[in-house]
Write a protein that binds this ligand. Sequence first.
Ligand code: NAP
Length: 544
Amino acid sequence: MAHTNASPRTNGKAEGGEFDAIVVGAGLSGVYLLHRLRELGLSVRVLEAGTDVGGTWYWNCYPGARCDTESMFYAYSWPTELRQKWTWTSRYPDQGEIQGYISHVTDEFDLRKDIQFETRVAGATFDEAANRWAITTEQGETFSARFCVMATGCITKPNLPDWPGVESFAGDTYHTARWPKDDVDFTGKRVAVIGTGSTGIQAIPIIAKHAEQLTVFQRTPNYAIPAWNGPLDPEYEREIKDNYDKYWDMARWSSTGLMYEIRDRSIFDDTDDVREREFEDRWQQGGFSFLFAYKDILTDRNANELVAEFVRNKIRGRVDDPEIAELLCPNTHPFASKRLCVDTNYYETYNRDNVALVNVRGTPIEEMTSTGLRTSEESYEFDAIVFATGFDSMTGALFNIDISGRSGEKLKEKWADGPRTYLGLGTAGFPNLFTITGPGSPSVISNMMTSIEQHVDWVSDCIEHLVREGMQTIEPRVDAEDDWVEHVNEVANTTLFPEADSWYTGANVPGKPRIFTPYVGGVGTYRKKCDEVAANGYEGFVLA
Ligand code: NAP
């Protein structure tokens, strides 16, 4: 995998400093934000914990890591020359290629000099007298900035089970979101993978090819649609590149941020035969196209069950052993109410002699031992254990930072019963603090690239407005925030999403309040609302 060499910290020692804006995180959001804010003539410093840009894509370099949004839809729209010049090799880009792309953009726009790597932000405190944020780092620096933007990502903080005995295991352990940059060789090893979400489903087929024996521990089977990945079709690429603005505009105003739309047709408008053919077509197209077949897949339980059963039958057809196939068939949650997975040879992997599946739904893993794992039923021995156990998502990265707003109010306390934001962009009592793809915005339920650009553009325009108008601060009004939170919940409750114990709801992390946080009202609808808010003098915000 291509990987750009790490850049050193820019100043080499703990210094801190005064800036117009501090951006936390140098992923896809932080990099674009730096470009936009620098264009406004602001002094900006990006603080990044890793040794390179990339954010989620920097950390998640596990075997098989690949984006399940198509490459032609997974790039910035802003460097107009670059979007013509850049050529993706395959339909779905792998982690190395995306990392290479982000690095390339960073270098092309000479952004690296304003990014300070190996710097983990520990705290951010609003000084009401000065109207400035004091941002402290684990390395002992303090930065002062008028604006603080959290470009910290939605799936940043790894979720690790708190089983006893973790330290006693004598073999190697890996979390997929903290994968070593050096190659990991599983040849001749007995390996366990825990977790069968999007990550596990990508990593398992690759690890199975190298390990002597692979045992997969599955708590909840997931729905996966084939990627049918392959080299990017040059004709298709040409079509998109020739009409880039048209397609990008479609994406911006669509419901999901992708360049196609959900069909305005109910599943019940078709006969069984027609519906089956539609499903089969979508299956052959692969990936998320399945979700766009009918408008009621995610709102009507009966409609959803028709798709779910189609997918289960596909699983039964792909797995030789009928008992294993049944174990792999999801039946605890509606189709796509957890993030839909996109796979390459995932189900076929269970036809290999060196792969075993252990169902831990009724018999949970209870501890790690010096030689492996013990479930409530049996002990297993391994040389290596891979945690594909996901993330403390949406709020995890923000809560890792000790954030205090007006009167010393802690963000963690304000959000103890679930995140409260206005438009996912900011929260009352925390002036000049912005979140990119924060809770309450379409974020993870949409094409992240589209949503990242929209948020970065909105925040940059807002900061430009404040500077131009000589305003010191902006923050959401409490009533606007309350209304928005209520609206986000209302819209979510018209769908099947809240039914699943997913990371969208926080149900994957013990003790976390169960709230469905992304806004599912549609990317275009959301963009219109944000545009109107700005056009109406930042309606719902207090500007001082
Ligand atoms: P995830 O979807 O949360 O899956 C975590 C898996 O670990 C689940 O199967 C979960 O089981 C299991 N697990 C967690 N704790 C466990 C425990 N104590 N015992 C047994 N099993 C346990 O996380 P992920 O797979 O890392 O994916 C997260 C998100 O990242 C995706 O939904 C997607 O948005 C993104 N992602 C994208 C791509 C891509 O673009 N291709 C690739 C990877 C990830 P339960 O389901 O029972 O909780």
